[in-house]
Design a protein around this ligand. Structure first.
Ligand SMILES: C[C@@](CO)(OP(=O)(O)O)[C@H](O)COP(=O)(O)OP(=O)(O)OC[C@H]1O[C@@H](n2ccc(N)nc2=O)[C@H](O)[C@@H]1O
Ligand SMILES: Nc1ncnc2c1ncn2[C@@H]1O[C@H](COP(=O)(O)OP(=O)(O)O)[C@@H](O)[C@H]1O
Length: 296
């Protein structure tokens, strides 16, 4: 029986600039998405209806019913293509849930890619991306991987070059943070401030293109960090521990609670991961590289 497998990486945000709330309730963003070498896998085989079975270390934290983003993605694709086809999906989850790493978006993108192949649709990238945007702001990037500037609510993408592989440590936390709650907390925190239009500094794109990690370290920034720290003050300890252990820089990824640390090279990232894991300030610490690619 034909089985199609898609392997989709987690994302981190190297910079996340959050602008004013729009009339549709979403915030205008300017962000740099960067896919890293931590992957979920989505496998699809023909079936009458769309169902999902979740395996892997985070299976217990992932819904296995129709609220699963992989199921919602497969159904949205079938609707868009006016198909009655189904698929039995298996999602192997290595990406922590509600962690600011877009694991659910990775699974949605994986289901779109796998079902597009399984059902022989061969939809152009632009049509898959439109279905992806209907599922979540981060899903279009999850379809592409690599590194890209995201604008609008995060769904408008422009790929950007990265001059050399980058080495990161992901420090995960026990228990996730809700993305809408983190955005709401940011709104509360800055209710008395005028919010400027979001922007990605040109210097950051130049540092990425040239592979200048020291320049990049000085430019990592996340507007949601203040809100994530307000909701989870212990993340301050994780960020301090990473810096004391020699990270070039550390910030919260997206809506958190995962903290990301930039290291000079693979050896330093490995040592930093060991130190962070021993520090008692995080649930796990994982050395990864970026940019990572989507595989089918
Ligand atoms: C914060 C970011 C940074 O990349 O990702 P995570 O760190 O959660 O993975 C994204 O903006 C999250 O993207 P995603 O998780 O796909 O969000 P969506 O499902 O589209 O929206 C969930 C909720 O987040 C808020 N939201 C999301 C995107 C945006 N531009 N403005 C918002 O205000 C809204 O409250 C929305 O109802
Ligand atoms: N396949 C899936 N994997 C992870 N989370 C999922 C999935 N399907 C639905 N969800 C729900 O989506 C929410 C956000 O999950 P996730 O994408 O991991 O977080 P984040 O937005 O922080 O990157 C979770 O609360 C989870 O219950």
């Amino acid at each position: 029986m034909l089985q199609v497998i898609a392997r989709v990486p987690a994302k981190i945000n190297l910079m996340l600039s959050v602008g004013p709330v729009r009339s549709d309730g979403f915030h205008e963003l300017a962000t740099v998405f960067h896919a890293v070498s931590l992957y979920d896998e989505v496998a699809a085989v023909h079936a009458d209806a769309v169902t999902v079975h979740v395996t892997g270390p985070y299976a217990g934290h992932t819904p296995a019913d129709e609220s699963n983003l992989a199921v919602r993605a497969a159904r949205a694709l079938a609707r868009r293509a006016r198909l009655r086809s189904g698929a039995q999906l298996r999602v192997h989850k290595e990406i922590p849930v509600a962690a600011g790493l877009a694991g659910g978006s990775a699974d949605a993108a994986g289901a779109l890619l796998a079902c597009d192949r399984l059902w022989g649709l061969k939809l152009p990238e632009s049509r898959l991306s439109a279905v992806a945007a209907g599922l979540g702001s981060d899903v279009p990037f999850a379809l592409t991987g690599g590194t890209a500037v995201g604008t609008g609510r995060g769904e408008r993408l422009r790929p950007v070059p990265v001059g050399a592989p980058l080495h990161w440590v992901l420090a995960t936390a026990d228990g996730g943070l809700s993305t809408p709650e983190v955005y709401r907390r940011l709104d509360d925190l800055r209710s008395d401030r005028k919010v400027p239009a979001p922007a990605v500094p040109g210097e950051l794109l130049a540092a990425l293109a040239s592979g200048d990690v020291d320049a990049l370290a000085a430019l990592l920034h996340n507007d949601l960090q203040e809100a994530a720290l307000a909701l989870r003050p212990a993340l301050g300890d994780t960020l301090r521990a990473g810096r004391e252990l020699g990270a070039l820089a550390g910030i919260v990824s997206g809506s958190g609670p995962t903290c990301i640390f930039l290291a000079r090279d693979g050896m330093s990232a490995g040592a930093l991961a060991v130190g962070l894991a021993a520090s008692g300030t995080c649930a796990s610490a994982l050395a990864v590289t970026g940019p990572a690619a989507v595989g089918t």
